[in-house]
Design a protein. Structure first.
Lengths: 388, 535, 442
């Protein structure tokens, strides 16, 4: 199977993927809002919130797949960008609470009031405006990724070293955000949100809209990733992934390519985080936990590295499994199952679900086309020529 | 002696007489006081301690020391108090008569911290002239701590008879402490006391000098200068202390990382289940101690010595099993081993949680690992010291093993050039399994040591995994010396930052420094050179 | 030619595959929504982490609720129906707490939820309980500064634990110098703020208070213990008030013991160390250190209720060594209050039960009767216990009567005028100065 065919078949796959996401993004909110509660086809609100969360994870997975699957940068700290985006959105939502906080302070969030803060720290300025918060959702993770990447790629930190220092980065941020003096609510984080753009975050309509928006973001993110990887730039990225030194010797400025794609990916992760926060209702430092970032990489591995569709699928499958296994009789054993899933996928499906499926499909197709040629040739009385 | 005896007889007779008259069963200040122990009221007990200790009664020492050890039994109904001896025999605390048995309704007289201090002070003045040097020293020290005026006489008497130098010094300090707070002491006495405390020069002397309250001007002046000089010397010592703490923290980091330096550093397997191997070692220690506690209590002090080889075997065997069943299929795909071993770590954690429960398990310190000794003005705890020595020993043995044994040679050969090693007749897959087993086994013995200072819980491993990776990466992958230097550098840097920045910021600063350092030296402190680097 | 035909086949297959996947998803959705409450049972949600870092503390509470439900069912259940526990595992993951709470209420249709340990998990589920109008019983001592209509706080508020403990040390141990050591999260921060204000109001100078925060799971205590030692040697009686969180306690106490800080020199009073935490430590070096709780396993009761509870609990868990602790007692009280309230209104409807709960009384395990207050906190006795060599506590002091829990601390500037009153004012944060409800009303 040649790379050309892979892209072609994936193109089809991609279209269908987009169609499904779009259908979900339209149908689920509609079913939730329009059909009477309790009817068979009505999707209950809690499922909308739950699937909204999965979709946000899917965007994060997509961001990771873009750099890991196509450029070979294994970031074990992408949870940090996700969380930073989330915090930017959380800060906006906190400022929207206004006087409805438990102390009724119009400016200061509750946690600042009971820790006796007298005035808002400077880095909270501006977050009462949505456009500013939305900008920060992109700028903060992007800037961090740019600085981090600029340092790391320029000094040619690669492979496991890069993975480990991304872990160090997210761990350092975790510790920093835990500190109450840091001004982000410490371990409790930001919570008890009321409004987003004037709409009640808990209203069904808002939830449905957020879900639809998340699906839209997933689609846009997917299109951006597709555009990057199928352009000439994408080819260079793949070259970097497969033979970094050789690409450099050919005259490409490898670090610029890496930096660009790393920053884009971080911005995507930030957007995912920003959409995630109003849907789950809390952002706290545990999102920075090093384990979370590793888990996100595992979603990509489960779905299929370097396939984009697979990354999104992996995020949904693993998180669905998590939801499913953590309830009921299976609850005490869910870590066994999750752990076993990771081991089995790496051992038995090294290309992930989508990658394996593609490979299997390619070989089936080869066999069937070979058979078709053989039968056609037999009819025509010509010696069949073996397919490559 | 005869005076004591007659007094006792007299009081005995008196109490018998009173009983005969069916008046309140006890009389005389001593008996009254003893009876107060049965009231189960802390203020009464405190009063009783004071009276009993000051009574000069021969029973005072047995009563107070029994109180300290929880051997003083009181019957709340009959208000009788008994001393149970260490040999199991009991006497009536008020009379000293042997009793056949202590009634079941009697329970040990309870203490709280305030009372424990009174007991210490009382015992201090009672045992100042004990024949045993150690007891006398302890007595002098507890008088120093309590520095109550009433003990001055006893201290002076003891000082006159004392021949042992260190006890004499301790008594002198105790005397100085008392005089410093004695309101009617002369100025000369007080100045002498300040000088004595200045010579002692430690935290406690500083405490007494800063807390002494209003004094004549000359004394205050002397004290101020003494405080200054003590503070200066303590500041120097605190640097030494930080360095020691840093070494100690470094040794813990090294111990946790050393196994990883083999599985990750030498073999290139990103082993996220490394922390769980440490945890398995700690749980092995727990199991060993449980068996010893229930079957062979006498062996408790050797429990760690028994646990070390067992932990090595348990973790090592599991390591070999993991290598054979999972890792060997993933060579050359380091990032995928990360995912598989992460899954494995979840499974191992939950397995331990299911088997041993989610709560912490108790692993005790053997007597030789408990407590501390003073070195100059810093306290060195035995467990930290042993862990440091143990870590260095493990490191040396490992290094020697890699350098001088056949297996070590094969390991180095396989990691340097697998193909060539194979064509030289080395069974590479066997070496892989053994190397991974070795790394895991060492993680297991790290668990034995860490069980002495940390929780033994299913989460134990997770708290060390990131630190371990940092150490290995900082030191340079593939180089054991790098791991050593890396661990101690990080440990010491952390401990010098902590007093300045606080524990949290200190740790953040260290992480940021590592990130920046890796930019400067992308392959760690001691980077491997040559073609292997790009592989 | 080739590529065209293969392309088509591939496309059609992909389509089929994706269709199948969609069908699977839809089925999955249906299976999630399909569960319905079985007739004749009342469902009780149990929302405690069974894995992850908090499993260490929370697993016991899950067992407690299962035990209580079992006992209640033996007595015939509630309103003639059997109780049925729905156990979920939020895995010490705060967003997962919110998700699981939503699942319990919407999918499993539970009537009440017993759960959470950390403040952040409570904060995470709070909006869910408000939105879906259900009941949460929260059993752990916490920082206060909250009174919500849907939450009942059966653990201690700061005035039911921290302040009595400090009073004890001041009176009984004549402590003049204070180290407030805690893990850096909201409960220690708030408690220490309250204590600092309280100590200053009692005339303690700023330089006699040392506040120290450490990260979660801090394991190297050498420097801090040495600092405490140094701080304690300034000539005044010193004590440590510890709000150090679970896991970090073991290494902390080990270091204290090894550096020779005895309780009689510098006592440590802890608010997060109970019987369960001590079960993992060799307690001999710790004898005399203190803890403040509303319940100790070692408390003897006249009617034998604590003794019976311990016996039944050990029989239920088939473990004669299983200890009991304060948050367990909180769940016992909370559970019994809920049962009484349900029986009073003859309904499990959350609105009715919420209105019925204030005023309900239930016996606690230390021989008293606790009452649910209008601010959704309860009255509790406060005990100070000293650690004994066997890992139990010896009660050295207790409050004369029951202490009513304050939702809003009197010591903090921002909250001293606030009260929670869900009976008269129907408001969780009523400002008594301005006579206004600050928003958290019903």
């Amino acid at each position: 199977m040649t790379p050309h065919m892979l892209t072609r078949s994936l193109d089809r796959g991609a279209t269908i993927f987009l169609a499904i996401v779009a259908a979900c993004g339209i149908l689920i909110p509609l079913s939730n809002l329009l059909l009477p509660a309790g009817s068979f086809l009505q999707v209950p609100t809690y499922l909308v919130a739950l699937w909204g969360k999965y979709v946000c994870y899917a965007i994060l997975a997509l961001a990771i797949d873009l750099i890991w699957g196509y450029c070979g940068i294994l970031s074990l700290g992408h949870g940090a960008f996700f969380a930073l985006g989330g915090y930017a959105m959380g800060m906006y939502l906190m400022r929207q609470i206004g006087t409805r906080g438990v102390y009724g302070n119009p400016i200061l969030p509750d946690f600042m009031v009971f820790l006796n803060w007298q005035k808002l720290p400077w880095y909270w300025y501006g977050f009462d405006m949505f456009w500013f918060a939305a900008l920060m959702v992109l700028v903060v993770p992007g800037l961090l990724a740019f600085c981090f990447g600029w340092l790391a790629f320029r000094s040619r930190v690669t492979g496991v070293y890069l993975s480990i220092i991304t872990q160090a980065m997210t761990y350092a941020l975790l510790l920093a955000f835990f500190r109450n003096d840091f001004g982000f609510g410490g371990n409790n984080g930001l919570t008890d949100f009321k409004d987003i753009l004037g709409f009640n975050v808990q209203a069904e309509g808002t939830r449905a809209a957020l879900f639809a928006l998340s699906c839209l973001a997933l689609i846009i993110g997917f299109l951006i990733c597709r555009a990057i990887v199928s352009s000439k730039l994408g080819k260079v990225l793949i070259a970097v992934r497969d033979a970094e030194s050789r690409t450099r010797f050919l005259g490409y400025r490898v670090e610029s390519y890496k930096l660009f794609v790393f920053t884009v990916s971080a911005c995507m992760a930030g957007v995912a985080g920003a959409l995630y926060v109003p849907q789950v209702g809390i952002i706290n430092p545990s999102e920075f936990a090093p384990g979370n970032s590793i888990e996100a990489v595992i979603w990509v591995a489960v779905g299929g590295r370097g396939t984009l569709v697979g990354a999104a699928l992996g995020a949904v499958v693993v998180n669905y499994a998590k939801t499913f296994f953590t309830s009921g009789v299976l609850a005490p054993y869910w870590l066994f199952m999750l752990g076993a899933l990771f081991i089995l996928v790496t051992l038995l499906l090294p290309k992930g679900i989508v990658g394996t499926f593609n490979a299997w499909w390619a070989s089936t197709r080869e066999k069937s086309t070979a058979a078709a040629i053989a039968s056609a040739a037999a009819e025509n009385g010509v010696e069949p020529k073996m397919a490559e | 002696m005869p005076a004591h005896l007659s007094a006792r007889l007299c009081s005995l007779a008196l109490s018998l007489l009173l009983i005969a008259f069916a008046l309140p069963a006890f009389a005389g200040p001593f008996e009254d006081a003893v009876a107060k122990f049965a009231n189960d009221d802390f203020s009464d007990t405190e009063e009783a301690i004071g009276v009993v200790a000051g009574s000069g009664n021969k029973l005072a020492f047995p009563i107070i020391s029994a109180l300290q050890d929880g051997r003083l039994m009181a019957d709340p109904d009959s208000k009788k108090v008994y001393v149970t001896g260490t040999d199991g025999k009991s006497i009536d605390a008020a009379t000293g008569e042997t009793v056949a048995s202590v009634p079941d309704s009697a329970s040990a007289v309870r203490l709280n911290n305030r009372l424990r201090r009174s007991v210490d002070a009382a015992l201090g003045s009672l045992t100042l002239q004990s024949p045993d040097v150690g007891t006398r020293l302890q007595a002098a020290q507890s008088v120093f701590k309590s520095h109550e005026e009433t003990a001055l006489e006893a201290v002076d008497a003891a000082l006159a008879k004392e021949t042992n130098r260190s006890v004499k010094a301790a008594l002198g300090e105790a005397r100085a402490a008392i005089l410093l707070f004695k309101s009617d002491a002369t100025e000369v006495e007080k100045l002498e006391a300040v000088a004595t405390l200045k010579a002692r020069g430690d935290q406690e002397a500083l405490a007494l000098l800063t807390g002494m309250g209003d004094q004549p001007a000359s004394v205050t002046k002397a004290a101020t200068s003494a405080i200054g000089s003590i503070q200066n010397s303590l500041a120097v010592w605190s640097m030494v202390q930080n360095a020691w703490y840093g070494l100690s923290l470094g040794s813990v980091l090294l111990l946790a990382a050393i196994g990883l330096a083999i599985t990750f550093g030498v073999m290139g397997v990103i082993n996220m289940a490394h922390g769980e191997m440490v945890m398995l070692g700690a749980y092995t220690t727990f199991v060993v101690q449980e068996v010893i506690r229930s079957r062979y209590p006498g062996l408790f002090d050797y429990s760690l010595l028994i646990a070390v080889p067992l932990a090595f075997l348990v973790a090592g065997a599991i390591g070999v099993l993991i290598e054979r069943s999972i890792i060997r299929f993933l060579y050359g795909r380091p990032l995928e081993t990360l995912l598989a071993t992460w899954g494995l770590s979840l499974v191992l954690q939950q397995a331990v949680r299911t088997m041993f429960g989610p709560t912490n398990r108790e692993v005790g310190n053997p007597s030789w690992m408990s407590g501390a000794f003073e070195l100059g003005q810093i306290t060195i705890t035995y467990n930290r010291l042993w862990i440091l020595l143990f870590t260095l020993a493990v490191f040396a043995i490992l290094l020697a093993m890699l350098r001088y044994t056949a297996l070590g040679l094969e390991m180095r050969a396989v990691t340097q050039n697998r193909r060539m090693a194979a064509s030289m007749g080395i069974a590479t897959s066997r070496v892989d399994a053994l190397t991974f087993g070795l790394g895991s086994g060492i993680a297991g013995i790290a668990g034995v040591a860490l069980s002495q200072i940390d929780n033994v819980s299913p989460n134990l491993g997770q708290s060390y995994i990131i630190d371990s990776f940092m150490v290995v990466v900082f030191g340079g992958v593939g180089n054991l010396w790098g791991t050593l230097v890396g661990a101690f550098t990080l440990g010491i840097a952390n401990k010098f930052l902590e007093p300045v920045a606080g524990a949290v910021l200190g740790k953040i600063a260290i992480l940021v420094l590592i990130i920046l350092f890796i930019q400067k030296r992308p392959r760690g402190l001691f980077a491997l050179k040559g073609r292997a680097v790009e592989a | 030619m080739f590529s065209k035909s293969t392309h088509d086949i591939a496309a059609s297959f992909c389509r089929r595959g994706v269709l199948a996947a969609t069908a699977g998803l839809v089925l999955g959705l249906a299976s999630l929504t399909g569960a319905k409450a079985a007739d004749g049972t009342i469902k009780v949600g149990v929302l405690h982490s069974l894995s992850g870092t908090m499993a260490i503390s929370e697993t016991t509470l899950k067992d407690t609720i299962l035990f209580l439900i079992d006992e209640q069912n033996k007595k015939g259940g509630v309103l003639g129906k059997k109780l049925e526990a729905v156990v979920v595992d939020p895995a010490s993951n705060w967003p997962l707490f919110a998700e699981k709470a939503r699942e319990l209420i919407t999918k499993d249709k539970v009537s009440v939820v017993f759960g959470c340990w950390t403040s952040v998990s409570r904060k995470s589920v709070l909006p869910v309980f408000k939105e879906l109008n259900n009941i949460l019983f929260y059993p752990v001592q916490y920082e206060g500064e909250e009174s919500e209509r849907n939450v009942f706080y059966t653990g201690a508020a700061p005035n039911q634990q921290a302040i009595p403990a400090v009073d004890y040390l001041m009176k009984e141990e004549k402590v003049k110098r204070w180290v407030l050591a805690g893990t850096d999260y909201v409960y220690p921060r708030t408690t220490n703020k309250i204590l600092e204000a309280y100590l200053k109001s009692k005339g303690v100078a700023q330089e006699d208070i040392m506040i120290n925060y450490t990260p979660f799971g801090h394991s190297d205590w050498q420097t801090i213990v040495a600092d405490i030692k140094k701080f304690g040697s300034a000539g005044k009686k010193t004590a440590v008030v510890s709000t150090i969180n679970g896991d970090a306690n073991v290494p902390f106490y080990k270091e204290l013991g090894n550096q020779g800080i005895k309780a009689k020199d510098i006592p440590v009073v802890a608010f997060s160390v109970g019987e369960e935490e001590l079960a993992g430590i060799d307690t001999k070096p710790l004898v005399g250190h203190l803890a403040a709780w509303n319940y100790f396993e070692s408390i003897k009761t006249k009617d034998g209720s604590n003794e019976k509870f311990i016996k039944d609990w050990q029989a239920y868990t088939k473990n004669p060594k299983r200890v009991t602790n304060d948050p367990m007692e909180a769940h016992v009280i909370g559970f019994n209050m809920w049962v009484k309230a349900v029986e009073k209104v003859k309904s499990t409807d959350p609105d009715k039960v919420i209105d019925a709960l204030p005023g309900i009384e239930a016996p606690n395990l230390t021989g008293g009767v606790s009452k649910m207050l209008p601010n959704h906190h309860i009255t509790k006795p406060v005990f100070i216990g000293e650690i004994k060599a066997n890992g139990q506590f010896d009660v050295v002091w207790k409050t004369p009567g029951l202490v009513a829990g304050d939702a809003w601390s009197k010591e903090l500037e921002g909250s001293k005028d606030l009260i929670g009153d869900w009976v008269g004012k129907k408001c969780g944060n009523f400002n008594t100065k301005t006579n206004k409800c600050l928003g958290s009303g019903s």
